[in-house]
Design a protein around this ligand. Structure first.
Ligand SMILES: [Zn+2]
Length: 303
């Protein structure tokens, strides 16, 4: 009997200049070798991620650094970039050709952020106009690079609030992937479906509850639900650089289990009219600092 493949949405978030420069080409090679097309969500403006250095002073981030060996994960250049008084390098301007290459290789290309760090740290304080401007700057840059409309987006750090959902609606994306959850849903009163991320990321679980590089791949594979939605996020900064060989082993193990990685757009139903309605809520999740948006299943049941 031929086993039906289990579709798993594969999403590659690209947060930094270094991740784009070093991680993206390596992932493109690897995905080509394994005959996989996926969704890349790019950060296309300035790389100010080094401003994360201030987080070293916070116990939660320090713990994560020790747990995940963040120096090898992110590299010194990322940790220090943006701590200087001038803005970080403009990713889309300097490395647009790598974004175009991913597009040329048939991967689905979406917008992650204009300025990843600004989005993650300032969204709570941004007005509707500011939110719109941030998305629009990224949208215009990516549209210019691709030479066509941008079909999808995924906010930085899963930081999405109702005001963001309202602004995103004006860009006419085919879908957004802005939250965590277990099922595709339609945000109440909107027309753009949300495809939530269902599985944890490497940096969220490594070093916790006995999870190490030795058993991490198995842990993720065991968390895949053969009968439900599965969306997995990797980072160009991690799986494209420091964890690249670990990730390649993951692809081999997944193939043995009849898992077929697909771009997120391939998970959308033909007809989004009948998707359950839902809302998002801000929650804290293990291994990640601050809040992330999660699909609130409560309201999807009481639609
Ligand atoms: Zn990101």
């Amino acid at each position: 009997m031929v086993k039906q493949p289990i579709p798993v949405g594969l999403r590659i978030d690209v947060d930094t200049y270094r991740g784009t420069l070093k991680g993206v080409p390596r992932l493109l090679d690897m995905l080509a070798r394994h005959d996989i097309t996926a969704s890349f969500f790019f950060t296309v403006g300035p790389d100010n991620m080094g401003r994360h250095l201030w987080r070293l002073l916070r116990p939660a981030f320090l713990k994560k650094m020790l747990r995940s060996n963040a120096r090898s994960l992110y590299g010194y250049d990322i940790l220090f970039k943006g701590t200087l008084p001038w803005p970080g390098p403009d990713i889309g301007q300097k490395l647009g050709h790598l974004i175009q290459q991913a597009h040329y290789l048939q991967h689905e290309i979406g917008l992650h952020a204009w300025d990843h760090h600004k989005w993650q740290t300032r969204i709570d304080r941004m007005s509707a106009d500011e939110l719109h401007r941030e998305i629009e700057r990224g949208y215009r840059r990516l549209e210019m690079l691709l030479g066509e409309r941008v079909s999808c987006s995924a906010v930085a750090g899963w930081r999405c609030n109702p005001a963001t959902l309202a602004q995103k609606e004006t860009f006419d994306f085919r879908y957004n992937s802005d939250c965590r959850g277990d099922a595709i849903f339609m945000p109440k009163g909107k027309r753009t479906p949300q495809i939530p991320v269902t599985l944890p990321t490497y940096d969220e679980v490594i070093g916790q509850n006995g999870i190490t590089d030795e058993n991490y791949n198995q842990y993720i594979l065991d968390a895949i639900n053969p009968n439900g939605l599965n969306v997995y996020t990797i980072h160009a900064e991690a799986e494209g650089i420091a964890c690249a060989s670990l990730f390649e082993k993951f692809l081999l193990m997944a193939a043995e289990r009849h898992i077929k990685f697909v771009p997120l757009g391939a998970l959308l139903p033909q007809d989004s009219e009948h998707l359950p309605t839902g809302t998002i809520e801000a929650v804290e999740i293990p291994g990640r600092e601050g809040w992330v948006a999660r699909h609130s299943s409560l309201s999807s049941r009481s639609r």
